[in-house]
Every structure is written in C-alpha cells, then in structure tokens.
Design a protein around this ligand. Structure first.
Ligand SMILES: Cc1cc2nc3c(=O)[nH]c(=O)nc-3n(C[C@H](O)[C@H](O)[C@H](O)COP(=O)(O)OP(=O)(O)OC[C@H]3O[C@@H](n4cnc5c(N)ncnc54)[C@H](O)[C@@H]3O)c2cc1C
Length: 385
C-alpha cells in the first residue's frame, strides 16, 4: 500500500472501486435496503476511510475540497455509499479538529486510521427530533467510566459502525442545551432496534432507530462543549460533504440526460430542439449548485485559517452553511425531476438505461436530513440579530 499516492491516484482508485464494487451492487443495496458491504470492504482495503486524518496520525491529510470531490465521485455510483462515506468523514473531522486536548481521543484517532474504522453519528433523539442543539438523554459517570442510554430514533449504519459519536446532556440535571459529544466504541454499545429503515430512498444507509446503551472511559468525552464542535466543524462539514454527495447525484443525472439529448439530436427526433433547450437549463442549475459548494468550501477554509473570528463573522458563516444545505437539497430534487421530464418515459422505467427512479427517490431524502424547515427557522433568528 503506497501511502505517498497523490490525489489523482486516489480519485482513480475511487473510480476503480466505483466501477467494480459500488455500481454493480447499487440496485441490490437499494432493493434489499442493505448496507453496501462490498463498497466499504473495498474502501477500507484501499485505506480510503482515513484520507482526511493528518499524515502524522496515520492518514493522508487531504483537504476539505479533496474529500468533497471523493464524496461527489462516489455518488455517481451509489447515493447510499456516498452518503455513508460523507457522514463518516464529517465525524472524523470532529475528532481531528476537537480531540487535541484529550490523549485518549488522539489515541482513538490513530486507531481509527490504523483499523480503517467506520464512524457513525447519533444526534437525533425520539424526544427532541432533529434539533441538534437539544438532548434529553444524559451521561452518567461511575469512577472513570461514562454511561449513556439514548433513544436514537435515526442512526445510520449503526450496526455496521465501529465507533459512534453520541450527543447527550452533561449530566442528568443539566439543561437540554448543555451538551457534550462522546465517543463510544461499537463493542461497548448495545443496540436494540426500535424501528426498521424501509424508506423511499437512501435505503442502503440503514438508518434505523435504536435504543442505544453505551459506556467507555471518561477520556472519550470531547473536551469542548458540543455547541462549539457543532458550529466549528460538525455543521459546516456535514453540510459541505452532504452537498457534495447531492452534487454527484445531480451530475450523474445530468450526464444520463445529456446522453439522451445528444442521441435525440443526432437522430433528428421530433422535439429534440426543445429537449436541448431544457437541457441547457438543467446544466445551468447544476452549475449553480457546484458554484455554491465551491464558494462555501473556500469560505470555510478562510475561516479556519483565521486566528480568531468575530461573533458576526461566525453567525454570517452559519447562515451561509445552512443556505448551502437548503439550496443543494432543493436543486437536487429540481434537477432530477426536470431531468425526468426532459428524458420522458424511459427515465420513469425502473429497468431502462435512462432510468432515474432510484436517483429521484434518493433525492427526496436530502431536504429531510436535518429538516430544511429547521434550518430556515435558525437562519430567520440569526438574520434578525
Ligand atoms: C438518510 C438519512 C440519514 C440520517 N442519518 C442520521 C444519523 O446517522 N444520525 C442521526 O442522528 N440522525 C440521522 N438522520 C436524521 C436527520 O438528520 C433528522 O434529524 C431527522 O430526520 C429529523 O426527524 P424529522 O424528520 O422527524 O424532523 P424533525 O426535525 O423532528 O421535525 C419534523 C418536522 O417538523 C417541522 N419542525 C420541527 N421543528 C421545527 C422548527 N424548529 N422550525 C421549523 N420547523 C420545524 C419540520 O417541518 C420538520 O420536517 C438521518 C436522516 C436521513 C434522511
């Protein structure tokens, strides 16, 4: 395994895995609502789960932009695989950016790089729903061990993850917003299924509900408050990496549509002119989607490079990052449904080469994944300040 591979080689490996392991299983993953085992075995074997971890801790030190490009590329082959990869990378980033005051967490990070561990995230809770800034469950402590019991109503690939990052209240008598983030190794978690994940789309993410019991050393509690981790890393990078996946789905849909339009044009089919003009509009939307993402990644890198930022800058960036998620998810739904109208009945058919059925179903998960309504509500408050 050559750790000195450059980024182009990494992208080639992603394509090789995409063609040989991800795409051939995408339909079955979707049909069976099963975890994309073949894809993740291959990604782990090629050490592609640790690419964002700095070189000195055993990773490859890729940038946010490069990880975003990998998420986008994977989405051409299978939305669920790409989304799992994106969720994993945003959790890895929380550790990299916020673990430095805890030697236990730094050791965990090195182990993650070494073992190619898959990280999951448990924020959503039965009582508080998708409100990341409230927890109803709490951490308790006995000696040097923590204990958490959480009704995790949506937890992607919980049964396949090696590590779960869990939000909870600092203690039983803490306020709902007084939260910490805690790392739990899967072997120290007990997961009892509450709900099945039999959904319209993104079926391979296996995001069932679980009653989650976790324990571990108190050194696994992240030193900063969760609010800081969320604002500095979890929110911006989740929205950036998810948007990268949605961009990849949209780009693959535009590519299928382009093939069909070129074919219609070359064969001088009736209506080809109209399809071509509609296609130009589709491409313009894809272009806006990409520009938004590129700009927010630049903004994020600028903000991270600053020694300190003002409260105004922080608020303004939070609004921008929320807007990225809202707009990317809306563009995705629009692009896929417009592409279907452009291509016609063959895209509506499950078994045709032009089929857009899976992408259409997957697209509708994007606005729900942390509800756009909640983000608009947050932004409306921030905009008034
Ligand atoms: C594919 C997928 C994977 C996921 N993976 C995970 C995971 O791994 N871990 C995890 O923790 N979660 C995960 N989630 C959960 C997700 O991130 C959301 O938090 C969860 O779906 C929210 O549940 P809900 O739709 O019931 O929305 P809620 O946020 O509970 O709200 C329900 C509805 O009420 C309205 N609403 C509620 N509150 C407000 C408000 N303040 N302002 C405006 N409107 C409001 C909105 O219209 C919203 O649609 C995943 C979701 C999806 C789709």
């Amino acid at each position: 395994m050559n750790l000195e591979r450059n980024f182009n080689q990494i992208l080639s490996e992603i394509d090789e895995i995409g063609v040989n392991f991800v795409a051939p299983n995408a339909d079955d993953v979707d049909k069976q609502a099963r975890f994309p085992d073949e894809a993740f075995s291959a990604l782990k074997k090629s050490k592609l789960l640790s690419v964002y971890i700095p070189k000195e801790l055993g990773g490859e030190g890729l940038s946010v932009k490069q990880v975003s490009q990998i998420c986008e590329r994977l989405a051409h082959y299978c939305s669920s695989t790409a989304l799992i990869y994106a969720m994993h990378q945003s959790q890895v980033a929380c550790l990299i950016h916020h673990a430095f005051e805890s030697s236990t967490l730094i050791d965990a990070l090195c182990k993650i790089a070494n073992d190619q561990a898959l990280l999951a995230s448990s924020t959503t809770e039965t009582n508080t729903g998708g409100d990341l800034r409230s927890s109803s469950c709490a951490m308790s402590q006995k000696g040097d061990q923590f204990f958490i019991e959480k009704s995790a109503s949506v937890l992607s690939y919980g049964e396949k993850a090696d590590v779960i990052l869990i939000t909870c209240k600092k203690s039983d008598d803490s306020a709902e917003k007084d939260q910490v983030l805690v790392l739990a190794e899967r072997e120290n978690c007990n997961l009892a299924k509450l709900t099945e994940w039999d959904t319209l789309g993104l079926r391979g993410t296996c995001s069932s509900g679980f009653n989650l019991k976790a324990r571990g050393p108190v050194g696994n509690v992240f030193p900063p408050e969760f609010s800081k981790i969320l604002m500095d890393t979890m929110q911006p990078l989740s929205h950036i990496f998810w948007s990268s996946v949605w961009l990849g789905i949209a780009a693959s849909v535009v590519e299928i549509t382009r093939r069909n339009v070129v074919n219609a044009f070359n064969n001088q089919k009736k209506g080809a002119d109209f399809q071509t003009k509609r296609f130009a509009e589709l491409d313009a939307n894809l272009c806006s989607m990409r520009s938004n993402l590129t700009q927010v990644i630049l903004d994020y890198e600028l903000i991270r490079a600053k020694p300190s930022i003002t409260a105004d800058e922080q608020m303004s960036f939070s609004i921008t990052v929320n807007n990225l998620k809202i707009n990317s998810s809306r563009y995705l739904v629009k692009i896929v449904s417009d592409a279907m109208i452009n291509t016609g009945i063959s895209s509506y058919s499950v078994n045709s080469d032009n089929s857009l059925c899976r992408q259409l179903r997957d697209a509708y998960g994007a606005p729900l994944m942390v509800s756009n309504d909640r983000l608009l509500d947050n932004n409306s408050t921030l905009l008034l300040i």
